[in-house]
Design a protein around this ligand. Structure first.
Ligand code: ZN
Length: 448
């Protein structure tokens, strides 16, 4: 694995992470051409898909500069080819004998999607996510408690990364807060890996049990799995509660675990996929490329450059981000992003785009007068909504709703997001907590 030598500085793989974007692009050009040739040779799925789009061979596809001319790959296409020819569809591009692991998705929207990986695929995931965790402050020998299950999901590969990084890993898995708390009290881990919702839940749980969250000896919390850890108010609250530095990481199951990871400068998550994954920024409505300038927003689209078993060209992530290309004080030259929501969660309230996570961010600035959880309750199914948008906002324990608070939240959201809400203040504990990802939208009151 590159950059895993015994002598380590503040950056795990400086030869990759401090390279100029132009140098990276030049290198990616060569890797991309090899990958496209591989797709025509080994992937019936891509050979057919590209031919159907008018790209008969690798020469017609051209180079990385021509990438925006190619069709996107949607998750549904992978699902469809797998349904047609189980288990991997016409998508498997490697010799089945070289597949060392098969991950699967939760299958909430149909059959699970299976994801085969070869040894080299797994190694490149470990390479990329090691950069992320190292940026987030994990070091060899550090005691790190994780709440991810090895399970069937790609997130389980994070456990391979922790082994490769040489941390002292304390896996407690999902679903047993009492076990986690006891392990923290006895083994005193310095770092905790979890989702931001779970960190918030844990802080509440500890306080209710009379245990001071900041007395457990934690120094770092690395959150991943959903947006939220990058929201300034949420972050400040968690950092104060636990007495830690909080860093965010983000991956995408189909492409890699932890493709992005935040450094101590906390100015967005650095891209850690260098040499293995190429990333584009697009306008999700038009599919057109968005220029990667500082402050640009759009959806991330990924192209795997070295993938063997389940390659992906222009895979739409549905992750909507703010892009940062300004210089980071840590010395890394890789671009950074802050995830602002899932394209799928986007609501358009009388022409104004709004992500539920952005509403949560504004509401969080009202803490401690609010507990944190919110639930958006659209009155109609689909993206387009009429104002005011109903939103439940949970109160702290033993407090009653004050109409002036609801009004102040509505006003703040209108000022920041240009969206009218109808805020209902609900008692503490009435919005369901999750040990994994928290639901921000409830469609139970929506008409079709
Ligand atoms: Zn940095």
């Amino acid at each position: 694995m590159d950059g895993m030598a015994a002598e380590r500085g503040p950056i795990l793989a400086p030869e990759v992470e401090t390279r100029s974007p132009e140098d990276q692009f030049a290198r990616d050009r060569d890797t991309y051409r090899r990958q496209v040739a591989y797709l025509f040779e080994r992937s019936p799925f891509y050979a057919d898909k590209l031919c159907a789009a008018g790209f008969a061979d690798a020469a017609v596809v051209g180079g990385l500069d021509d990438l925006p001319a190619l069709p996107f790959t949607e998750k549904d296409e992978i699902r469809a080819t797998q349904a047609e020819a189980p288990p991997f569809g016409r998508h498997l591009a490697a010799d089945p004998a070289t597949v060392v692991r098969v991950f699967s998705t939760s299958g909430t929207t149909g059959d699970p999607c299976y994801m085969p990986v070869t040894r080299r695929d797994l190694d490149s995931w470990i390479t990329m996510s090691s950069r992320s965790y190292y940026a987030g402050g994990l070091r060899p020998g550090m005691r790190v408690v994780s709440t991810y299950n090895a399970g069937p999901f790609v997130a389980g590969a994070a456990l391979d990364t922790l082994a490769a990084l040489g941390v002292c890993h304390i896996p407690v898995g999902t679903g047993n807060t009492a076990r986690l708390v006891r392990a923290m009290q006895l083994i005193r881990p310095e770092a905790l890996l979890c989702t931001p919702s779970y960190a918030a839940y844990l802080a509440e749980h500890l306080t209710a049990q009379g245990i001071a969250p900041d007395g457990l000896g934690l120094r770092r919390i690395c959150v991943a799995g959903e947006p939220g850890g990058g929201e300034a108010a949420t972050r400040a609250r968690l950092e104060a509660a636990f007495g830690v530095k909080l860093c965010e990481a983000m991956g995408i199951g189909d492409v890699s675990i932890s493709l992005w990871g935040e450094c101590d400068a906390q100015a967005g998550m650095h891209f850690n996929g260098g040499d293995h994954v190429h990333v584009e920024l697009i306008d999700p409505a038009t599919g057109q490329p968005v220029e990667k300038r500082d402050g640009a927003t759009g959806e991330l689209v990924y192209t795997a450059l070295t993938r063997e078993a389940a390659p992906l060209l222009r895979f739409r992530s549905r992750d909507h981000v703010v892009w940062h290309s300004s210089r980071c004080e840590c010395g890394r030259t890789t671009p950074r992003v802050r995830c602002i929501g899932r394209t799928d969660d986007l609501l358009i309230v009388r022409g104004v785009n709004v992500f539920p996570s952005a509403i949560r961010d504004v509401v969080a600035t009202f803490a401690p007068r609010v507990a944190g959880p919110i639930l958006v309750r659209p009155t109609k199914r689909g993206v387009a909504q009429e104002p005011p948008l109903p939103v439940d906002v949970e109160l702290p324990p033993d407090t009653a709703g004050d109409p002036a608070l609801a009004e102040a939240i509505e006003k703040a959201v209108r000022a920041k997001l240009i969206v009218s809400l109808r805020v209902s203040l609900v008692p503490h504990g009435s919005i369901a907590r999750s040990e994994y990802k928290t639901k921000l939208i409830d469609l139970s009151g929506a008409t079709t």
